[in-house]
Design a protein around this ligand. Sequence first.
Ligand SMILES: Nc1ncnc2c1ncn2[C@@H]1O[C@H](COP(=O)(O)OP(=O)(O)OP(=O)(O)O)[C@@H](O)[C@H]1O
Ligand SMILES: [Mg+2]
Length: 305
Amino acid sequence: MENNILLHATGINKQFSGVPVLKDVELSINKGEVHALMGENGAGKSTLIKIITGVYTKDSGQIFIEGKPVEINSRQDARNCGISVIYQELSLIPALTVVENIFLGQEIKRRGFLDKKEMRRRVKELIDKYEFDINPDTVVQSLGMAKRQLIEILKALSMDAKLIIMDEPTSALSAAESEKLFETIRGLRDKGTSILYISHRLEEVYKLSDRLTVMRDGEIVGVLTKEEITPAKVMRMMIGREVKQIKDTSKKKIFKDNVLEVKNLAFKNILKDVSFKAYGGEILGIGGLVGSGRTELIRCIYGAE
Ligand SMILES: Nc1ncnc2c1ncn2[C@@H]1O[C@H](COP(=O)(O)OP(=O)(O)OP(=O)(O)O)[C@@H](O)[C@H]1O
Ligand SMILES: [Mg+2]
C-alpha cells in the first residue's frame, strides 16, 4: 500500500498575520488517482495547493513524494518533484504556436540554436500518446478555452508531471467541453498520472473522483472513497452540520396572485421534488451552497435545461 502513495503532506500549518489558515493538515494522493479537494469558500484549499506548489512556504509540516521527504520552496522545486498546476487564468501566449508555448522557458537547444524539430517531435509524441485532438503547429489565438487547457496539460506532461493540479478547470467551459475534459482526465489517470481536482460543482466531482478530501475552516474533515461519496455526506462535512429540510414558514401572503408555481420539479440527480410559489410583486430569494442546484433550478424554469 505504502508505495502507492505519490504525495503525502502531513502536519501542515500556515498562518497569515497570526491567523491560522491551515491547521495540522494532512493530504495523501495515490499514484494514478483523481483526487478531489472540496470545501466552502475560504476553507483553505488554494492555500494548501500553493504550499504544495511552492508559491507559499508552510510554517510547519512535511511533504513526502513517493515516501521521500522533500523541500518545496519555489515553483521550480515543485516542478522538480513532478508537480504541475493548471491555473484558471491560463498562461499561454496567443501569438505563439502550440509547440512554442509548450517549450516556452524550457526550450531545447542544439549548438546554441533552438532545436525546433526536436521540440515538435516531442510535442507530437505526447499528443499521440494521450490522443489529444491538437495540431502542434496551430497558433494558440485561433483556439478556444477547451483546447488551450489541453495545451496547458500538454505543457505539464512535457515537464514529466506526475501530479497535475486543476483549480476549477471547468468554470469557463461549456457542458460538452467539460465532458471532453473529464475524458482527458480519465485518460491521464489510466496512464498513471495523478490529478488533484478542485471544483465547487458537486456533480462533476462525484462523477470524476476516485477519492475526495473535505476541508473546513483550515482543517481536514475527512477523506471519502468513491463508494462512500454521497452529496448529503459531502455537504454535511463541508458545512459541519446536518442539512435540514426547511419548511416554508412565510405565512403572510401580501400578494394574492401567484405568478409562478413550481411543482415537484426534478432534474437529473441534482433537483428532487422542488416545489414553490412566487407571488406577484414579491422578491423571492433562492439560497444554498455552491453546487446545491440553484443554477440548475433557474435553468430548468426558463427552459435552458
Ligand atoms: N495571502 C493571504 N493573506 C491573508 N489571508 C489569506 C491569504 N490567502 C488566503 N487567505 C485567507 O485564508 C483563508 C483560506 O483561503 P483559501 O483561498 O485557501 O480558501 P479556498 O478554500 O481556496 O476558498 P475558495 O473556494 O473561495 O477558492 C481565507 O480566510 C482567506 O481569506
Ligand atoms: Mg481557492
